[in-house]
Design a protein around this ligand. Structure first.
Ligand code: NAP
Ligand code: G4F
Length: 348
């Protein structure tokens, strides 16, 4: 039985990847940050009490700012594959928490690489996936592929570039099997509520049911290459199954503006967004990434990977999910509960 270790398992991608690997028969280990409230909601469908028989998922407390703790987990889990997905992954927040973002995204990756290097010295041959981002291309003109020069436009993107080059360096210096996935935006009903797609679908659903009046957004003209997260985790795994390590762009090859996403979602939801969407300057970024459009020819040819879910299917899937959540909220409100999930709405 193969063993995998996932940092960032509680996030959108980590939860899809854990499901994907469990279905392939892997024993999956994941790192969870200690928090004062439950933060394993996305894993609920696959988590079993460790006392039950046939458990394939094991969770360990850890944090990529703690290299020693990570080494202990590596020793316990003894993985064949390590997927480094942990990150402060919000671009706008990285302008407010630049040092922290660098510590988690760049230096966190370095800590993991150092630990993996020592682990490999013990005669193990771990394979590692590093979660790179299309944000690294930033202001580079589209379409972007593996040969496009990086031009990062945020502390997050600069930190991802550092992590990318650390990974390349450890591959070349120590002969480690490390792949950088340069993934374009990918979404799902599990997407964090402060990323623009989920912010839109969640708000439209709540507006439709009278639970919210307004949606405040930033730049509607930015364009992104949006795919489905469930499709993208397969590409991560495929990279680690190749005879030699390499770097790959993963994208749909289609770009849409935030305005187009809003139009498509509002049409499907049956809401006239022009009556309820307003601009709030706090959601603009000091430096914006205007257009991301990926050329994933290499992943298509070498990995045999291609996206399955279309843009319209993705939007509908997210709206349907958020309408269902809004209906549940409506039922609770009708039963006398106060509005749910309002916390922090003003800083999102
Ligand atoms: P996400 O939903 O924000 O999940 C991030 C994960 O990292 C969460 O599990 C989070 O834990 C964990 N984490 C944050 N700080 C940590 C720390 N100090 N130590 C350990 N874990 C920590 O992000 P995602 O969308 O799944 O993305 C996964 C990875 O791919 C990230 O590295 C992201 O930067 C990158 N990426 C994402 C996209 C995309 O469009 N989704 C595109 C390109 C690259 P909590 O649950 O406790 O917060
Ligand atoms: O949804 P976003 O916050 O995603 P962004 O910045 O593209 O980053 C995501 O994708 C990256 C891959 O390219 C990942 F590496 C990263 O971890 C993250 O998953 O913003 C998308 C666009 C931006 O241009 C932003 O300015 O939407 C624009 N936008 C407009 N109004 C907004 C809002 N973004 C957010 N979050 N909130 C708004 O109100």
């Amino acid at each position: 039985m193969k063993r995998a270790l996932i940092t960032g398992i509680t996030g959108q991608d980590g939860s899809f990847l854990a499901e994907f690997l469990l279905a392939k028969g892997y024993q999956v280990h994941g790192i969870v940050r200690r928090a004062s409230t439950f933060n394993t909601e996305r894993l609920e469908a696959i988590y079993k009490d460790q006392h039950e028989a046939g458990v394939g998922l094991f969770l360990h407390y850890g944090d990529v700012s703690d290299g020693t703790g990570f080494r202990h987990i590596l020793e316990r889990a003894q993985p064949d594959e390590v997927y480094n997905l942990a990150a402060q992954s919000h671009v706008r927040v990285s302008f407010d928490q630049a040092e922290y973002t660098a510590d988690v995204v760049a230096t966190g990756t370095l800590r993991i690489l150092e630990a993996v290097r020592d682990y490999a010295r013990q005669g193990r041959s771990p394979r590692m996936y590093q979660a790179g981002s299309s944000e690294m291309f930033g202001a580079a003109p589209p379409p972007q592929n593996e040969s496009t020069r990086f031009y990062p436009r945020s502390p997050y993107a600069v930190s991802k570039c550092a992590a990318h080059w650390y990974a390349v360096n450890y591959r070349e210096a120590y002969g480690l099997f490390i792949c950088n996935g340069i993934l374009f935006n990918h979404e799902s009903p599990r997407r964090g509520e402060t990323f623009v797609t989920r912010k839109i679908t969640r708000a439209l659903a709540r507006i439709k049911l009278g639970l919210q009046k307004k949606l405040y957004l930033g730049n509607l003209e930015a364009r992104r290459d949006w795919g489905y997260a469930g499709d993208y985790v397969e590409a991560m795994w495929l990279m680690l199954q190749q005879p030699s390590p390499d770097d790959y762009v993963v994208a749909t090859g289609e770009s849409h503006s935030v305005r187009e996403f809003l139009d498509t979602a509002a049409d499907y939801c049956g809401v006239n967004w022009k009556n309820c969407v307003e601009t709030d300057p706090r959601y603009f970024r000091p430096t914006e990434v205007d257009v991301l459009l990926g050329d994933a020819s290499k992943a298509r040819e070498r990995l045999g990977w291609r996206p399955r879910v279309t843009f319209e299917e993705l939007v509908r899937m997210m709206v349907d999910h958020d309408l269902e959540l809004a209906r549940q909220e409506e039922t609770l409100v009708a039963a006398g509960h106060s509005l749910l999930r309002q916390g922090g709405a003003s800083y999102r």
